[in-house]
Design a protein around this ligand. Structure first.
Ligand code: IPM
Ligand code: MG
Length: 368
């Protein structure tokens, strides 16, 4: 079987972590007998440097011709990078928002779970961690405040800025269905997060989510206000299975959820549309301060590649193999600097990729 995979290497540590993910994809292809063809494309700062724009029509066209796209992280240091002297619509992040919208990537899945091996990196107290936690944030990605009308004008002699939070029922219904489908394959609980005590958009969110819940009688729906959710994530994270929420709340809560795992360098994400196409990227940023030094943890990108095999290419066995190889390498004690603790084996970005690739080969050899 042959697949076409778009690669957006991105900025900062992006190129080095994408290189390791490609190493893992190539190893998986060789060991399991499939073929991945790659197409390099530009987004974010690298695209600004090459074309003057954070996203070109070429990239959008090329992405449409791929089965899926794997991306490193984009963006730079806002205080020093010339990209941030451009007007907001020409900066790296604008390219990311535009590609999400152009490809209709409305469903953003961000798993956050605690690796037992990395318990000591979790900032929560032992009694809160308990037996660990494992949740997925399902964030609506192409609506709400991010895409509503915005402008800044002089009103009555004062500069006045307006952002618009707008959702229609279809946008809510399709993301809610995704969340319930995912919960059906997990622990069968959806926590829908909103601010229904204040916002009309949240009251509509609650109404439509309740209607969708009626289609899934075996799944429990719980509604939670966003401020309470922020608190519950550090008070008792194990209560969550699937968190369903709108764009802005999801942006904020997913950073919080990844932080409480203590290992943001480990967390993958997927942005999906109505078809099997998806854009896969690590949950972390481009970390320009450590770029090019071999210190970056490639695991989040490698696990994003595994998600890509599972959700877009329907290669579950291969995805399992990558995830198990990562687990085995952690069990053997290999650590990049971000997750290193005394007594472990410190490795570089490329050495981490080599170890995971070696595990994929060995484990396959063991089963034949
Ligand atoms: C994310 C990021 C983006 C977002 C930024 C870079 C525009 O924070 O993917 O969570 O806010 O969606
Ligand atoms: Mg964010």
């Amino acid at each position: 079987m042959e697949f076409k995979i778009g690669l957006i290497r991105g900025d900062g540590i992006g190129p080095e972590i994408v290189e390791e993910a490609k190493k893992i994809l190539d190893t998986t292809a060789e060991v399991y007998g499939c073929t991945f063809r790659y197409s390099d494309m530009l987004l974010g700062g690298a695209s600004i440097d090459a074309t003057g724009l954070p996203l070109t029509e070429d990239t959008i066209e090329e992405a449409r011709s791929c089965d899926a796209v794997l991306m490193g992280s984009i963006g730079g240091d806002a205080a020093t990078s010339p990209w941030y002297r451009l007007e907001p619509s020409k900066r790296p992040e604008a390219g990311l928002l535009k590609i999400r919208s152009a490809l209709g990537l409305f469903a953003n899945l961000r798993p956050a779970y605690l690796y037992n091996e990395l318990r000591s990196a979790c900032p929560l107290r032992d009694e809160i961690i308990g037996d660990g936690f494992d949740m997925v944030i399902v964030r609506e990605l192409t609506g709400g405040l991010y895409f509503g009308e915005r402008h800044t004008d002089m009103v009555d002699g004062r500069l006045t800025a307006v952002d618009t939070l707008r959702y229609n029922e279809d946008e809510i219904r399709r993301i809610a269905r995704r969340a319930f489908e995912i919960a059906g394959k997990r622990r069968k609980k959806v926590t829908s997060v909103d601010k229904a005590n204040v916002l009309d958009s949240s009251r509509l969110w609650r109404k439509i989510t309740a209607e969708v819940a009626a289609e899934y009688p075996d799944i429990q729906l719980e509604n939670m206000l966003v401020d309470n959710c922020a608190m519950q994530l550090v008070r008792d994270p194990a209560q969550f299975d699937v968190i369903l929420t709108e764009n802005m709340f999801g942006d904020i809560l997913s950073d919080e959820a990844s932080m409480v795992t203590g290992s943001i360098g480990m967390l993958s994400s997927a942005s999906l549309n109505e078809t099997s196409f998806g854009l896969y990227e690590p949950s972390h940023g481009s970390a320009p301060d450590i770029a090019g030094q071999g210190k970056a943890n490639p695991i989040a990108t490698i696990l994003s590649a595994a998600m890509m095999l599972r959700y877009s290419l329907d290669l579950d066995t291969e995805a399992d193999a990558i995830e198990q190889a990562v687990q085995a390498v952690l069990s053997a004690g290999y650590r990049t600097p971000d997750i290193y603790t005394e007594g472990n084996i410190l490795v570089s970005t490329a050495e981490m990729g080599d170890q995971i690739a070696a595990q994929i080969r060995e484990r396959k050899a063991d089963t034949v």
